[in-house]
Design a protein around this ligand. Structure first.
Ligand SMILES: Cc1ncc(C[n+]2csc(CCOP(=O)(O)OP(=O)(O)O)c2C)c(N)n1
Ligand SMILES: [Mg+2]
Length: 805
């Protein structure tokens, strides 16, 4: 039946695997039982350990990690199977007992597998359900991208595997990714569905597997249904076996779960009531004791080593494969099948019974081979031989790609940052350096409208198999040359923004997954960051490295419509961990930031903050550039190293305030012309007005917070960039801050050195109109800035101030 040549076909190996399965289940349960960090419910019982949710994957993960997986394969383990994962790594020697004892605690093994916080070789973080699943799909596409470009061919191709909860498939992002996988010719991808027919609150709908089967087949996947275990398969061959199979097939999910929970006597009663008195099948039932009957009925495919091994070893690498594995939530534990078991924890008594059943002596709970039948030496030598152990640790590294000292761009007298971005990439695209070859761009159907067109014309679109541009072939003139080839450097996505961020997450981990560095850039409209926000957060959480360029942004997109105005995104940029955010006003600033960004996304150094700006620049991270389509007059100036540094640190004096300064205008981004004009208009009536250009509220704020913390720890001389900039501004001076985004982005500036602040920005949205209409309507135009200055820095009336609308 099997084409497999797996070692696991050997009887001895199956015995070893069965023993390890038992041990994995024990260790995971013990780890959770011991965790000191679980919530207590109203009855004082601890909850939240997810013992049941873990247990349903014990068999499948034993088969994978101790037999099927090879060092080049990568896995996303469903969040609640974390204890099983850590137990397996403990047996493989990659996880310490101390960390298992501190499971869910400070610096202990993580509640959900974490690439960045766990130490035991987690390939992909999980937690927010659905995202780890899509990550495997995009990682497989990334592997194809890397290999198509001729990189990493010395290494064998890996399979990207997701262990998926059945209720996890409710998450829409999974289906968005499926569509993309189909378009891009996905291979080497396995999704193993833990079909325990239970979610957190509920038992899943009947017949869901049939929908899944159809769906996956429609997208070109192979589907393997692993429903019956080998005991069941043998019983079906007995006289009366077909009747039993029919009964199992027709049994509702709720009832099956309930009977699993209730045990052998309940199975017998129910089966006798429903299919008894039929001769053969009655005898089939009678021949078995209660325990044997329960073992038979619980022997679903996903808990049967031979069945899962057979399914895995027969998969075709050229096709993505979905395995629908029937399992029981809490398999092998006293609350198996109970619908309330999701966060349930075994009581101390249940745990004690379980300990005895596992043959574990008190005080030997952490012993790796305690209570197992094959001798410890045999199991230990088996563990040394398992294929995945040959390649540990599996984290790879890639050298940094050199970045030019300056990114050249011809600056037009009037230009938008979005145009500047396109022009900078176009310049990079001319060259054939390692730097330009390692850049990969992607966009969810907004390639042209975010100005990536010229770059794509030069570098081409990526596809594993070449496709000609029909318009070009038919000699129909077009601005864009859209040829797909395996050497192309732009991955064109459908509109789904979730896919953009998960793809960036996969591309941005290529150096550690594939050992080949990529410099990924993704573009989208700024408001749609919110659409993919959880995926962006996920990408940052796993420390993927990329540049996301969001444009157009704010109300500045004016006539394009109220629905697309972004307000909260600057605050997202300020708050998102792992993402350094910038909003330059001028193209020379953008060029300086991008040059720095290409280096920053490749850094992997010490996390101690630099004493200069109190930022953790050596650790690196990802980048968010909020750009605008508004053409503004550019400044003719020499870009000095000092100015470059200040732009990257987050701010510089566009006009330094004098000693008698009464008011400072601090602006960010596209409103620069209004800020400059306002400063000019008030010059006659307010003394020494200062103009502060803020290129990154995020970095200014982060440096300020870190410097304060450093001072509180005794480093009295710690000063951040913004503290130095504001040091000489008299305390009586007021600050008017302004940006096309939420005013809170810059409102904190007043707390740095005790200045009053009037923060201007946008709090409401939805109005269409010309740029002038909207700036006036929302109060970020020149006159609004002057009015705010007059209010915050009293003095003689500012003569150019007009009445506010
Ligand atoms: C995006 C997101 N929403 C909600 C949750 C909370 N949550 C964790 S597990 C779970 C249900 C899991 O059911 P299933 O995928 O079937 O896994 P099982 O526990 O049955 O193995 C939910 C709703 C989450 N982790 N992520
Ligand atoms: Mg489930």
């Amino acid at each position: 039946m099997s084409k497999s040549t797996s070692s696991s076909n050997k009887r001895g190996d199956l015995q070893n695997l069965a023993a390890l399965e038992q041990k994995v289940l024990w260790l995971a349960s013990w780890m959770i039982h011991n965790a000191n960090h679980l919530r207590e419910n109203e009855d004082g019982l601890k909850v939240g350990g997810h013992q049941a949710s873990s247990a349903s994957l014990a068999t499948i993960m034993t088969a994978l990690y101790f037999d099927v997986l090879r060092p080049q394969d990568r896995v996303a383990v469903k969040p609640h199977a974390s204890p099983i994962f850590h137990a397996i790594q403990y047996l493989l020697g990659n996880q310490s007992r101390e960390r298992l004892e501190a499971f869910r605690g400070y610096k202990g093994a993580q509640s959900y597998p974490s690439r960045t916080k766990d130490v035991d070789d987690v390939d992909f973080s999980t937690g927010s359900v659905g995202l780890g699943v899509a990550q495997t799909l995009f990682s497989s596409l990334t592997q194809d991208y890397v290999r198509s470009h001729g990189w990493g061919l010395v290494r064998p191709e890996g399979r990207m595997v997701a262990l998926v909860g059945d209720a996890e498939l409710d998450e829409g992002n999974i289906f968005e990714s499926l569509l993309e996988g189909w378009k891009q010719g996905l291979r080497n991808c396995w999704w193993i569905i833990d079909y325990n027919r239970q979610s957190l609150d509920a038992v899943v709908r009947e017949g869901l597997w049939e929908r899944y089967e159809q769906l996956f087949k429609n997208f070109g996947w192979d589907v393997a249904i692993v429903k019956y275990g080998s005991l069941q398969q043998a019983a079906f061959k007995e006289p009366g076996g077909e009747t039993l199979r029919r009964w199992i097939d027709n049994c509702p999910n709720q009832l099956y779960s309930a009977l699993v929970f209730a045990g052998g006597a309940a199975w017998r009663k129910r089966l006798n009531d429903e299919i008894g008195d039929q001769g053969d099948v009655s005898r089939l039932i009678e021949r078995r004791s209660d325990d044997e009957l329960a073992a038979l009925m619980n022997n679903l495919g996903g808990h049967d080593l031979p069945s899962v091994l057979n399914a895995f070893h027969n998969a075709d690498p050229e096709k993505p494969t979905c395995f629908i594995c029937y399992t029981v939530k809490g398999f092998g534990l006293p609350f198996a099948g109970h619908k309330d078991n999701h966060a349930g924890l075994m009581t101390p008594q249940q745990m004690e019974t379980f300990r005895q059943a596992m043959g574990v002596r008190p005080g030997h709970e952490w012993d790796k081979f305690e209570g197992l039948h094959p001798a410890a030496e045999q199991l230990q030598s088996f563990l040394k031989r398992v294929p995945i152990a040959a390649g540990n640790p599996r984290r790879l590294a890639a050298p940094s790609v050199g970045v030019p000292d300056n990114l050249s761009v011809t600056i037009q007298p009037v230009m938008s940052t979005q145009t500047g971005f396109g022009a900078i990439l176009n310049e990079i695209g001319r060259g054939d350096s390692e730097f330009s070859r390692r850049i990969v761009t992607t966009s969810p159907d907004v390639t042209v409208s975010t100005n990536l067109g010229p770059w794509v014309n030069r570098r081409g679109l990526f596809a594993r198999k070449a496709m000609a541009d029909t318009f070009k072939r038919e000699q129909i003139p077009s601005t864009f040359n859209w040829e797909f080839s395996p050497k192309g450097q732009h991955i064109e996505l459908g509109i789904a923004e979730m896919n953009l961020f998960v793809l960036l997450s996969a591309l941005g981990l290529s150096h550690t997954i594939n050992g080949e560095r990529l410099l990924p850039i993704g573009t989208l409209y700024d408001p749609f960051i919110a659409r993919g926000l959880d995926a962006l957060n996920y990408a940052c959480y796993q420390d993927a490295r990329f540049i996301v360029v969001a444009t157009p942004s704010g109300i500045t997109l004016a006539g394009e419509g109220g629905a697309h105005q972004s307000i909260a995104e600057p605050l997202i940029g300020l708050a998102q961990d792992g993402l350094a955010s910038f909003e330059p006003a001028y193209v020379d600033e953008l060029a300086a930031i991008m040059r720095w960004a290409f280096t920053y996304i490749q850094k992997d150094g010490d996390a101690t903050p630099s004493e200069r700006n109190w930022l953790r620049d050596e650790t690196g991270g990802s980048i968010y550039l909020r750009l605008s389509t508004r053409p503004i007059e550019q400044i003719k100036r020499q870009m000095t190293p000092e100015l470059q540094q200040q732009i990257v640190d987050g701010a510089y004096w566009h006009r330094k305030p004098g000693p008698n300064c009464q008011v400072v205008v601090a602006y960010t981004g596209a409103v620069a012309p209004e800020a400059i004009e306002a400063v000019g208009l008030m010059a006659e009536d307010r003394r020494d007005v200062g103009l502060l250009a803020v290129t990154s509220a995020d970095r200014l704020n982060a440096g300020w917070t870190a410097a304060q913390r450093a001072r509180e720890r005794g480093l009295v001389h710690a000063r951040s960039h913004i503290e130095r900039l504001l040091a000489d501004v008299p305390t009586h001076c007021g600050i008017v801050s302004v940006l096309d985004g939420h005013p809170a982005t810059l409102a904190w500036l007043g707390a740095v050195a005790g200045h009053r602040v009037r923060p201007l920005g946008v709090e409401h949205f939805g109005q269409t109109g010309s740029l002038a209409d909207l700036y006036r309507h929302y109060g970020i135009d020149t006159n609004a800035i002057v009015a705010a200055a007059q209010a915050i820095a009293p003095g003689r009336p500012i003569r150019h101030l007009k009445a506010l609308p």
